[in-house]
Design a protein around this ligand. Sequence first.
Ligand code: FES
Length: 112
Amino acid sequence: MAASIPSLTLLVGKLGELPVGAVVTVNPTGLAPISVFHTEEGLFAIDDTCTHQDASLADGWVEGCTVECPLHESCFDLRTGAASGPPAKRAVRTHRVEVRGDDIVLTPSTDS
Ligand code: FES
């Protein structure tokens, strides 16, 4: 039986400090950078690095629940991580993010 790995939760910040349209990037120890986007549809967390090359998606453009990579313009669905088209072919990993009181709490996924 595989040992269960306790999930790590991180305090990203206060909801009042991340208005709609804002994004914040965190660097959990041992994991790739994760960006939390506050959209009209709510909060979404994805791996910050584009799956095509080494671009920060936090530097991209957000429209609805989509972020466009600033380097070669592939788009990613913030809800699922799915890439809409080339040059990126792979989805970015998504992570659980929730609001507890006024705290934004991130639970990074370790799924590959
Ligand atoms: S680095 Fe993101 S599409 Fe190329």
